[in-house]
Design a binder for this molecule. Structure first.
Ligand SMILES: *Cc1c(COP(=O)(O)O)cnc(C)c1O
Length: 429
């Protein structure tokens, strides 16, 4: 049995050790995945070990909701770990949201509670740890905003220069300003996300910077812990469904890998079904699913959910595998449905960014279609924080545009108690 982890090409099967810095197969260009030595414990004993680590005091790595599962993430990382910490996000239940989508057993895993406000931190802690271990001189990514914000924060923590490529005019304000504030070099590219990804790949090949996009296999290992942590929060009683928004399909791939490993190691006794939800204007994965996954047809992506505004998902093959191995489904929802779900989630006092709301819109649609039954247990992933996209909030609540009838307008008053009294009587009594 190998003592360290190794990387394997998903297309040709070529293996390299865990310290190879290539983020694609150097023979065939295929995507790489990480494999770890089998842990010394499995089943209930491994669950007990994970449970015993929960809530302990200690270093950032010991507090982290990613590194708690280190045997399944990167067992050899040890003292090299770069952690904020991250993870430990809440699993919420809200009656109003259960009612809205017709599923009493609905849970919301809120990844917006991560240090930079999205699930990207779970992958970034592992990718940046690895960047330090292999002696990278700089790290780079293409991003619709959340990956760049996360990269910037972890680059600052690790003392590494960070370089981000973002599509000009297509990144939510909170994410762009966050990336600048943490100090990463930010390149506004005159092109869409798919153009940014091409450029980031070329930069990594020709300029030697380490690429930490979601094709990076170390990111996938960290993002698996969204699933491991929610299973732990459910006392390892696997739900029937896990529903998540899908853009570049890194997360769908990570969820599929986590579930396959959890089942193989006896952490759970049945596999939840994955439901990946795309925005209708950016739904090449859903279209391919409807055709039996014959092939992926790239699209010119357009949606208000900028985090999933991706026309040619880089992890398509991995995404297909994840859906197949979990007997999963892929669907799409309209921007209006996303907006309605977002406003409903916000009003529940939970809040999320638009892309995240695609998951709840998807639950509701799958429930109406009879795919999900009212008695099943469903975990919907909220991928990012409400404050990521202040622009859409202004459009809903402070403008007179098309969505404004759903808004909660501020009320302008003169500075008198009479004016306050008038407002109170009009709205409450
Ligand atoms: C990155 C991101 C997604 C999409 O994840 P993929 O791995 O690209 O499919 C969804 N929602 C938010 C908020 C994100 O930041």
């Amino acid at each position: 049995m190998s003592e360290t982890s190794w990387q394997e090409c998903e297309a040709c099967g070529r293996t390299t050790d865990e310290f190879s810095s290539a983020t694609r197969c150097t023979d065939c260009g295929g995507l790489l995945s990480l494999h770890h030595p089998t842990p010394d414990l499995t089943g209930p004993a491994l669950r007990d070990r994970f449970d015993a680590r929960h809530g302990v005091r200690g270093s950032a790595a010991e507090l982290s909701g990613v590194w708690r599962f280190r045997e399944l993430v990167l067992p050899s990382a040890g003292a090299a770990i770069i952690s904020q910490p991250e993870g430990n996000t809440p699993l919420l239940q809200r009656e109003s949201l259960s009612d809205w989508c017709g599923v009493a057993g609905l849970f919301l895993k809120h990844e917006g509670h991560n240090p930079t406000g999205s699930f990207k931190d779970r992958g970034m802690t592992v990718a940046v740890t690895q960047a330090k271990r292999i002696g990278a001189t700089a790290i780079a990514c293409a991003s619709t905003g959340n990956t760049s914000a996360s990269l910037a924060a972890y680059a600052a923590l690790a003392g590494l220069p960070g370089l981000t490529f973002v599509p000009e005019g297509q990144v939510a304000l909170g994410k762009l300003t966050q990336t600048l504030a943490y100090g990463a070099q930010t390149l506004l590219v005159d092109g869409d996300f798919d153009a940014c990804l091409r450029l980031a790949k070329e930069a990594s090949e020709q300029l030697g910077v380490y690429l930490v996009n979601s094709i990076n296999p170390f990111r996938i290992e960290g993002q698996k812990t969204i699933v491991l942590e929610l299973l732990q929060q459910l006392a390892w009683q696997a739900p029937d469904w896990i529903v998540l928004p899908a853009g570049n399909l890194g997360n769908v791939a990570a969820f599929g890998k986590a579930l396959a490993e959890a089942l193989a190691l006896g952490l759970i006794d049945h596999c939840p079904r994955l439901a990946a939800v795309q925005a209708q204007g950016a739904s090449p994965f859903a279209a391919a699913f409807a055709r039996g996954f014959d092939h992926m047809e790239p699209v010119a992506a357009e949606t208000i959910a900028t985090a999933i505004r991706i026309g040619a998902p880089a992890s398509y093959d991995r995404g297909v595998r994840a859906i197949r191995t979990t007997a999963g489904v892929v669907t799409s929802v309209s921007d209006d449905e996303i907006l309605e779900a977002k406003i409903t989630i916000d009003r529940a006092g939970v809040g999320c960014e638009p892309a995240s709301a695609a998951s709840l819109a998807g639950v509701r649609q799958l429930r109406h279609r009879g795919m999900i039954s009212g008695s099943e247990r469903v975990v919907a992933i909220l991928t990012g924080h409400l404050l990521k996209d202040p622009g859409i909030l202004q459009t809903i609540h402070q403008s007179s545009g098309s969505a404004s009838h759903l808004g909660n307008k501020p009320i302008r008053i003169p500075p008198t108690i009479e004016a306050v009294r008038r407002v109170l009587f009009a709205s409450i009594w």
